[in-house]
Design a binder for this molecule. Structure first.
Ligand SMILES: *Cc1c(COP(=O)(O)O)cnc(C)c1O
Length: 381
């Protein structure tokens, strides 16, 4: 059985977790701080704040960006549902804009069309690891005086115009869920270049507490904390951070391995004219968190039957990225919703297995099976 994904974890990560447990300091402490410093250095952002997952990272980002009740935030519907949920948490309304068919990323033209007096921010998603056009959205946000927040859940290790994702804007949110390219079990990170955001994010993730546990522990004077605002418990643990530090050391290598597998798929499928392969324009560098293929109308087999035939041959696959507006929780949120591109991409895309290490034989088996299912049918048609 070939799975859709698996995290790349070794004895090193296990040892790091083991060692951390035996130090007795297991929740947010020195390892979290070290992970933050290393993640900030990696992305060349000024600051990084570790949190419990990307959904909580997005929630806190909404708060520090000043998004609140009655505001609108423009985001893609075609994203994992946590993108839209984070907007709802602060009482704001997600306004879904269309994506570009060739990149699955938010379309700046449609995003601009959806700006109203109530718009407060644009939540840009780097879908399945391919960066969105950050400069276009930064320009838009400057012109309309909006905040930009990046949902980079899938984009650790990806780059846009020579810089790693995490560098470019004021609030960038990452996930370390096992389905992403590096993992801490669950986990998240926010990078920011603003000191005021950094300070407030650190407060909010730990109950609004003015003195954190580590500082109090290390102090040789008695100090008391104040809770300066209503905060949350969105901490990452030191056990997770210890694993994250080891994962971060491997991130560039993992990305280069993922890119080799994507290149092998691209090469094998390049002559099939009834599918569209992922594209990466000049200046865009994907970590290939997922490898998604779009099946055109002329494809001889519909997407779901293709998925079943692959599964019958022992290969897991997934449908295209979900659209939030068609989920029960979001039906009726916007009147006259019209997102034909997003819906078509969700219904007619398929995600193929991609993980590290993926053996040559496994890649060849996926390629051969995919071709053997589709190509003879195309010839008969
Ligand atoms: C995975 C994902 C999230 C949620 O990340 P968690 O760490 O599981 O909370 C949010 N947005 C996008 C685009 C994702 O892919």
């Amino acid at each position: 059985m070939i799975p859709i994904a698996k995290p790349y974890l070794t004895e090193e990560e296990a040892q790091a977790a083991y060692d951390t447990i035996l130090t007795g300091w297991i929740t947010q402490g020195p390892k979290v701080q070290e992970f933050e410093e290393k993640f900030a250095a990696y992305t060349m952002a000024k600051y990084a704040v570790a949190v419990s997952n990307c959904t909580t990272a997005l929630h806190l980002s909404m708060i520090v960006a000043g998004v609140g009740v009655g505001d609108e935030v423009i985001c893609p519907s075609m994203s994992y549902i946590a993108t839209a949920n984070a907007i709802k948490y602060v009482g704001a309304t997600p306004v879904f804009a269309e994506v570009q068919p060739e990149t699955y990323n938010l379309d700046p033209v449609d995003a601009e069309r959806k700006i109203t007096d109530k718009t407060k921010a644009i939540l840009v998603v780097h879908q399945i690891g391919l960066p969105a056009d950050i400069d276009a959205f930064k320009g838009l946000c400057e012109r309309y005086n909006l905040k930009i927040i990046e949902d980079a859940a899938c984009a650790a290790g990806s780059a846009y115009k020579e810089n790693k994702i995490g560098f470019h804007s004021e609030l960038v949110c990452f996930s370390f869920h096992p389905r992403k390219v590096i993992s801490t079990g669950d986990g998240g990170m926010i990078t920011t270049n603003r000191e005021d955001y950094y300070t407030r994010l650190k407060l909010l993730r730990q109950h609004g507490m003015s003195v954190n546990d580590r500082v109090r522990h290390e102090s040789n004077k008695v100090i008391f904390e104040d809770h300066v605002e209503v905060g949350y418990n969105y901490r990452m643990t030191d056990i997770q951070a210890a694993v994250g530090i080891k994962q971060l050391e491997k991130l560039d290598w993992i990305v280069s391995e993922r890119r080799k597998i994507a290149a092998a798929y691209n090469e094998a499928f390049k002559d099939i004219d009834f599918i569209l392969l992922p594209i990466e324009k000049e200046g865009y560098f994907s970590n290939y968190q997922s490898y998604s293929i779009y099946l055109k109308k002329e494809c001889p087999l519909d997407r779901n039957s293709l998925m079943q035939e692959l599964l019958d041959k022992g290969i897991a696959s997934r449908r295209g990225i979900m659209t939030s507006h068609r989920e029960t929780a979001y039906r009726n949120i916007q009147k006259d919703i019209n997102l034909p591109i997003s819906e078509d991409l969700q219904d007619n895309s398929i995600i193929l297995p991609l993980y590290v290490p993926m053996k040559e034989e496994e890649i060849a088996y996926v390629v051969d099976t995919f071709l053997n299912i589709l190509v003879p049918k195309a010839i008969i048609l």
